[in-house]
Design a protein around this ligand. Sequence first.
Ligand code: ZN
Ligand code: ZN
Length: 318
Amino acid sequence: MRVVPISLPTPFYIGPVNVYLIAEDPLTIIDTGPKTKEAIDALRAGLRKAGFLVSDLRRIVLTHAHEDHCGLARSLRDEAKNAEVFVHNWETGHRHSRLEYEEHLNLLVRAGVPDDEIEKMRGLYSHMRKYADSFGDDEFTALWDEAELEFESGSLRILHTPGHTPGSCSFLREADRTIIAGDCVLKRITPNPVLSPDPINPSRRFPSLAEYMVSLARLRSFSPTLVYGGHGEPIRDFEELFHRYFRAFQERQLQVIGLVPKNGVTAWDVALKMFPKVDDVHRFLSVSEAVAHLDMANSEGKISYELNGPTEVYKSLA
Ligand SMILES: [Zn+2]
Ligand SMILES: [Zn+2]
């Protein structure tokens, strides 16, 4: 099975995104890049180099529905006529581009984010939406955990690896223990468990960090020899990376617990203390990180929390 990585430019801080062409029948691309002229041009060039055209694509598979990964899905599908689009059912929020509505607002209010900051985040999100089209429920095929994507000479096993987003998926080629992991595993940075409504019960928040740790342990159980991430170079030393992530999470846990006083703080307060200088999308990501770690510390009984009106307040047990 020939896996051809293609790097595409993005207008985002993260830099280029990796998409993966599976150069075999039925011709399949995993992730698409953002909806920009630069990305589609680079994708065409990458496909051409491998001997293909966009119109040859039969399957468009998404690791998750962030704009840098799914933005071109609709354009590619339309150009390739009857190409089929695959994404996990739990990517609902992103698929419908309705993150900025009620459920998400509710999560930000609970995290103690002030109104003017919520407005800024909304503005930012409507800007991001330009880089992707949303998909209706009847326009994609659901990816199922443990199902196989069949190819002429073998298959890729679908692994539902939630955490970065609720519906994030990875793809395992068992023959040589290669995994295409999207943003679940990145070489140089620790992936963010992004604040998301729970797809099963959207009035609740998805336990992103706890889910992420389970997903990482699951990937580790396959002893991967090569992991292709959504950004940066491939990873050949997954074991080392796993331990590095684990240490980083433990350090962050201790830091977050240390920032929770007896008289209480919100996730917003903790985010400001952890990352005093960040702005824009990083402000949202820092709130995501604070919430994820506070949730984890609370579920392990290390801090307590209560509601103060609509806002969650965390308190030290010490
Ligand atoms: Zn992502
Ligand atoms: Zn990404």
